[in-house]
Design a protein around this ligand. Structure first.
Ligand code: FES
Ligand code: FES
Length: 254
């Protein structure tokens, strides 16, 4: 029987955060650890891998920000070009450091083109570029899950995702749960059951629980504990968090 004050004492790290469990890997510069100045466009695209397929425009601009080079995999470049609606792939010429990229993120149902550094985490971009400060950064190393957001229906640690690789995916933050002035069922349940104290971990807890209830609308206690096992609460509000999720599960909608 699990200690009621600890949701996390009987399960290993949750399986629902595959990318988030990659530790600090996701925080490495996309071009690799060798000096940025030596990262060529081709090497960067190989390293960035999925970014190329996910709607990323890579610019040059060692000191001057971003330069769009064209709308296809064009070595020569065609001068400034507007971002393509379905994303596109471009890069700096060989020998030019990749310092910025423009990526299209779909956040809370809205497309946002943002300029990011190749090593910027999704959490940083959400907070600093888009002003969505509901996403909290605690450990910044995939240990506490305060930074949880939902990416394509999967709750992930945004501190350990590179924003440049999240183009084209549907991202939901805590700001995206409200409908008008109405809290979501899970938000309301946390409020009704005092599922928080300081509130720092709460956005991550709510998003994790929301993803759970969408996938499994009627989880039992063990399933809730297992799902929430990676979401730490320094205030130890675990009994109330559990009660809140159980209450939300009784409702018909998440
Ligand atoms: S897991 Fe991302 S801030 Fe702790
Ligand atoms: S409510 Fe304070 S860390 Fe969870």
């Amino acid at each position: 029987m699990a200690n009621e004050n600890d949701l996390f004492d009987d399960e290993p790290a949750k399986s629902a955060k595959p990318a988030g469990r990659q530790g600090s890997e996701g925080r490495q510069p996309a071009g690799g650890g060798a000096g940025r100045g030596s990262v060529t466009r081709r090497r960067f695209l190989v390293g960035a891998g999925t970014a190329a397929a996910a709607g990323v425009a890579v610019g040059t601009g060692v000191t001057a920000g971003i330069t769009m080079l064209g709308d296809d995999d064009d070595e020569g470049g065609a001068g400034p070009a507007a971002p393509q609606a379905d994303g596109m792939t471009l890069g700096a010429p060989d020998g030019v450091a990749v310092t910025q990229a423009v990526v299209k993120l779909n956040v809370n149902g809205k497309d946002e083109w943002v300029s990011v550094a190749p090593n910027q985490s999704l959490a940083e971009v959400l907070r600093e570029n888009l002003g969505l400060t509901g996403t909290k950064i605690g450990c910044d190393r995939s240990e506490c899950s305060a930074c949880t957001v939902i990416v394509d229906d999967v709750p992930l640690n945004s501190c350990s995702l590179l924003a440049i690789r999240e183009g084209g995916k549907k991202i939901v933050t805590i700001e995206g749960l409200e409908q008008g002035t109405k809290l979501s069922t899970v938000q309301q349940a946390f409020l009704d059951n005092m599922g928080l104290q300081c509130g720092f971990c709460t956005p991550g807890q709510i998003l994790q629980a929301t993803a759970l209830l969408k996938r499994n609308p009627k989880p039992n206690e063990a399933e809730i504990r297992r799902e929430m096992a990676g979401n730490m609460c320094k205030c130890a509000a675990y009994p109330n968090i559990l009660a809140a999720i159980q209450a939300a599960a009784k409702a018909t909608t998440v």
